[in-house]
Design a protein around this ligand. Structure first.
Ligand code: GLC
Length: 611
């Protein structure tokens, strides 16, 4: 009874705005009524435990803005073979202090034409080799018992060419063709091509694919087997929302909205970030607040800050709960390659000037390439020109320039623009692969320091840090993808290797690479979750150090102040910071320190707490 009442209240709260937006976009009252009926149906089907979790989270809207969440993203097969396997590894995950796991795409997808699972052929079926929906429900329930959250992708921009809708469209069924963008000649596609940039210029050039069976072109912004869905058709929106609610009801806590800026297309535009995208995300937010308010929306917007931030929506009309801090991530690696923290400092200042309730997902590496989406206007003023600098960064991380010890590969090098992105694991980019191969002990020591320092700096940012599975044990690049014809053309697989459980066996041995890094991360994670200055909505600012290579970040919350210092160079430094407010204690060593003048070793860092 109480649950029924909850639904009614939530529905009433959002109904007018939801209807208004829906009618503005689709002007179709019948379809809106159908959507509402289905929302209620999914609510009725939602399990009791999930409903009570919804209520708890609704009552504590800041539940995800604390300092207690630490994420890890992982491929189910690479990590533990199957979903059941992941469930058996929850103890390891707990040992990593991780309480939020992002399971990389696991829904049905055609072998060899899957884009790492981002080409979904059935939104309600788990890939057989990984398990079943029951296994997923068992895993989410087991996670919830341990206080862990589970995140999954909702790939809503496109379906696989093998999805039932696509198969029927290929047979020429108009109803299904209207769910995609079909054109019987090149006129309109050629006009789109004039304004729409390419996502995969080398591996999948162009935005359309010829489908001989129906004699039509279909829009394919990503790979040719990923057909863009047409959200101008309300049937597409409704059905995709039902899929979304179906997945939420399996116990998913965080839904990552894949490639969200792309979901609306208009001729004559870049087909990115159009106003209708925000209408759709806002509707999704309301639909989830009505049916499953405990679920968080994580938007995947891999763009510059001005384009990312609107996806938070406004205070009255919020959209996503959480967004990737992507420019900060890319700028971090620029800083590694230049030992020049100016741009990073500026970027952190931009992020910390945003409203404190915005939650960012912070990371060093994820499953995708690193695109050099840096603030080149500012960089020009600092003497870096865009094209040569991108080339320098790519050369640096391939290990060719600037005293680099990094290893990795280019991704989608575009012969026309000269642009390329970069792939590699954190450990390889920090020099662990090279030092291991060359049995260079000093080099290894330095590489581990850099890796630890980067994590310490990442944990100091506001939001939720997410580790890339394997990074906790310094896993290096995996070159075996080149032998697999399904993967060879996509260098992102270099950092999507299988978890090395033999090496993970070393985590308690401080004489090993794995043990050193794992131990250090563990210590940092403990500090982060016990010191309240690390809560997501604390004050954060940057502090001048007088040395370009040393970054200093301050955090303050309810009387607690922590200052972090991070040396991005291979030289020992002495810096002076203007925080003459007495004694500090080093949270790692427990020693007392003053901050007026401080020695910081090569790739070293400090977390200093004001006494
Ligand atoms: C997202 C994913 C990426 C995928 C693309 C297409 O950007 O992170 O891996 O290729 O969407 O779905």
């Amino acid at each position: 009874m109480a649950y029924k009442e909850n639904y009614r209240k939530r529905y009433e709260r959002h109904h007018d705005e939801l209807r208004w937006l829906y009618m503005e976009l689709y002007d179709n009252g019948d379809m809106f009524a159908e959507l509402c009926d289905n929302m209620q149906r999914f609510y009725q089907e939602r399990g009791r435990e999930l409903k009570s979790m919804d209520c708890q989270r609704e009552a504590d809207q800041d539940w995800y803005r604390q300092n207690d969440l630490l994420g890890m993203m992982m491929y189910i097969d690479n990590f533990a073979g199957t979903i059941k396997g992941v469930e058996k590894k929850l103890d390891y995950i707990e040992r990593c202090n991780v309480n939020y796991i992002h399971l990389m795409p696991f829904l049905e997808t055609p072998k060899g034409r899957s884009d790492g699972g981002y080409a979904v052929s059935d939104f309600r079926k788990v890939q057989e080799r990984l398990g079943s929906m029951e296994d997923l429900e068992s895993l989410t329930a087991a996670c919830h018992r341990k206080g862990m959250k589970v995140c999954m992708d909702f790939v809503m921009n496109h379906t696989s060419e093998e999805h039932e809708w696509a198969r029927r469209a290929r047979r020429g069924e108009g109803e299904y063709m209207s769910r995609y963008f079909f054109f019987d000649n090149w006129d309109v596609p050629s006009q789109y091509e004039k304004t729409v940039p390419q996502v995969f210029p080398t591996t999948a050039p162009g935005n359309f694919t010829w489908i001989p069976e129906v004699g039509h072109f279909v829009m394919t912004s990503f790979y040719p087997y990923q057909w863009d869905l047409n959200y101008k058709n309300p049937r597409v929106f409704n059905e995709m929302m039902y899929n979304f609610l179906y997945l939420a009801n399996r116990g998913i806590d965080i839904i990552r909205i894949d490639a969200v800026p792309y979901i609306w297309k208009e001729l004559g535009t870049q087909c990115r970030n159009l106003p209708q995208v925000h209408t759709i995300v806002r509707m999704m937010r309301m639909i989830s607040e009505i049916v499953c308010p405990g679920v968080l929306l994580l938007g995947e917007v891999v763009m510059e800050p001005e384009k990312v931030v609107p996806y938070f929506g406004t205070v009255e009309k919020p959209e996503c709960h959480m967004l990737y801090n992507v420019t900060t991530m890319a700028t971090t690696w620029h800083t590694v390659a230049t030992r020049d923290t100016r741009l990073l400092k500026r970027q952190l200042d931009i992020v910390s000037s945003l409203p404190k309730d915005y939650v960012f997902l912070n990371y060093l590496r994820c499953h995708d390439d690193i695109g050099w989406g840096l603030d080149f206007d500012t960089l020009e003023k600092e003497g870096f020109r865009e094209r040569p600098h991108k080339k320098y960064l790519n050369d640096y991380f391939q290990g060719y320039a600037g005293g680099s010890t990094s290893r990795g590969e280019l991704y989608n090098a575009d012969p026309v623009t000269g642009d390329a992105r970069f792939c590699g694991t954190t450990a390889s980019m920090c020099g662990i692969e090279k030092a291991g191969f060359e049995q260079d002990e000093a080099g290894m020591e330095r590489a581990i320091r850099m890796d630890g320092m980067l994590h310490a700096y990442m944990f100091m940012q506001s939001g939720i840090p997410v580790l890339y599975s394997g990074d906790e044990i310094a896993q290096v690049n995996d070159y075996t993808y080149k032998e697999n014809p399904d993967k060879a053309a996509d260098s992102r697989y270099i950092h999507r290797g299988a978890m090395n459980w033999a090496l993970a066996g070393n985590i308690s041995d401080p004489d090993t690479v794995e043990g050193k890094l794992f131990g250090q991360l563990g210590q940092l994670e403990q500090i982060r979750k016990t010191e309240k200055a690390f809560v997501s909505n604390a004050d954060m600012w940057t502090i001048d150090t007088g040395d370009m290579a040393v970054l200093c970040i301050g955090r303050y919350f309810e009387g607690d102040k922590v200052v972090g210092l991070f040396n991005f160079s291979e030289y020992d430094k002495t810096v002076r910071i203007q925080e003459n407010d007495g004694d500090y204690v080093d949270l790692i060593s427990g020693e007392r320190r003053t901050v007026s003048e401080i020695d910081i070793p090569a790739y070293g860092f400090y977390y200093l707490k004001k006494k």
